[in-house]
Design a protein around this ligand. Sequence first.
Ligand code: ADP
Ligand code: MG
Length: 358
Amino acid sequence: MKVRVEGLTKQFVAQGVPAVHGATFDGADGGITTLLGPSGSGKTTILRIIAGLETADQGTVLVGDENVMNIPVRRRGFGVVFQNFALFDHMTVRENIAFGLRARRASRADTEARVDELLALVQLEGYGDRFPSQLSGGQRQRVGFARALAPHPKLLLLDEPFGALDARVRAELREWLRRLHDVTHLTTIMVTHDQEEALDLSDRLVVMDRGRIQQVGAPSEVYESPATSFVASFVGSANVLHGRVLEGRAQIAATSFRVPSNTSDGAQVQAVVRPHDIHIARMPAETAASAAPSPVSGRIRRIVDLGTHMKLDLALTTGESVTVHVSRKELEPLALSEGDSVLVDLESARVFVEDYCV
Ligand code: ADP
Ligand code: MG
């Protein structure tokens, strides 16, 4: 199912700035598109407008080739799952799943058959006669998915569907949702503030900040080629270092970076570098550092063993702090301890002038 969101703008009465400002993107047809951004960036507002639960000041939502803006919620035929389970506590699992079908006046036999099919799909066979209070959080949310999927929706809308669950269950349900999607291929629009969940699950990412879309792309594209320094630091972890352009070069943390020739002196620049892209080396004893092309140095404040890799907190001599990730195998031969000084290579940093990538 084709979904296109075009020029959506929404300002709530009490707000000085729009919650959503000119949002335009295409959903991945038959895939999962994720709106990713910090709390308050306008993700839920967009999802609610698509669902028909909220009106827009401007813009349209096209599903298939149909403009759905004037179609009431119930007639849009979308399935919705929110963070809070919103199951009917006084109804059994079967009754909850059947609820959306009853409203459509399906026959009893058809309803029972569809509920059985869904119980199998969400791996809850044998749980049909339980009440929501007799299920775990993860199981309740799976019932929520089954209820949303029961009437064969054209579109599935998910707002932080695992937000209320603990980390381990979240991770399990993430895998489960991807497998479920691989069976249904239902065009899905999801909202999350969790970048790991978004990278893991999505076919397309829509990164938002303060009501505006920052970038739309495949997860690997957004991670590898972030359009703005906000995207670089929000999607995947990153160190952000600040500096200015001086005589045609960006000067950041004692490192000089190339910038476009039309960049004016004094422009603000940011260097964004992922923790695993920073390389460190032992300080040469005989202070022959002048031979090195970019002798940035720093002192190791802390070394933490995170199991999969080692994390080092460095205080650069220029005053900034950076986090470095290295494998144990790489770190061991360097024989470093907390308090030692090291050479720091920031060459793989990505440089942004006034927030735009160089
Ligand atoms: P997100 O889902 O990314 O956390 P929201 O879309 O919920 O963000 O909210 C975006 C902005 O709009 C926030 O500043 C929020 O306070 C505001 N907002 C959301 N809903 C309402 C509302 N019903 N009335 C007034 N302001 C709202
Ligand atoms: Mg939200």
